[in-house]
Design a protein around this ligand. Structure first.
Ligand SMILES: [Zn+2]
Length: 131
C-alpha cells in the first residue's frame, strides 16, 4: 500500500504524503500536519481507510461528534480535489474541496468549505459549510 499514489490525489506515494502524518500520530507524536491543507488531505485519506482515531484527534473538541461511524459497507472514495487553501492568520485557515465517492452504484459529491484552527501546536478541523 505504501508505494501507491496517495489517496488524497497528490502524485506521491502515501508514505511520503498523508502516511507521514498518520504514522506520526500512531507513534504517539501527535498531529504533525504542517498546514490546514495537509491536515485536510490526511483526514480525507483517513476516511478512505477508516482511521477513526486520527479523524477524532484532528477534530476540534468543540465540534467533534460524540461518535464517528466507519464508512458504510460498499462505500468507495474516488478522489479529492482541493480547490483553495487560504490562510487567514497564523491560527485560522480554510480549505475548499470536492470529495467524490460511490455507494451502491450512485456517485456522491461533497463540496465543502472547511475551517481549521491552529491550537496547542496542531492544526485541527473546526467545521465546514456545504457549497
Ligand atoms: Zn496524501
Amino acid at each position: 500500500m505504501n508505494n501507491t499514489a496517495c489517496p488524497c490525489g497528490r502524485l506521491v506515494p502515501y508514505a511520503q504524503c498523508c502516511g507521514r502524518w498518520h504514522h506520526a500520530f500512531s507513534a504517539g507524536q501527535g498531529l504533525l500536519a504542517p498546514d490546514a491543507e495537509a491536515l485536510m488531505r490526511s483526514r480525507y485519506s483517513a476516511y478512505v481507510w477508516n482511521q477513526l482515531d486520527y479523524l477524532r484527534a484532528s477534530w476540534h473538541p468543540s465540534t467533534r461528534p460524540a461518535e464517528l461511524a466507519p464508512n458504510e459497507p460498499g462505500l468507495r472514495w474516488l478522489g479529492l480535489e482541493v480547490k483553495k487553501h487560504v490562510l487567514q492568520d497564523a491560527a485560522h485557515a480554510s480549505v475548499e474541496f470536492v470529495a467524490r465517492s460511490k455507494l451502491g452504484g450512485r456517485a456522491q459529491r461533497m463540496h465543502e468549505l472547511s475551517r481549521f484552527v491552529f491550537e496547542a501546536g496542531a492544526w485541527l478541523y473546526l467545521d465546514g459549510e456545504q457549497r
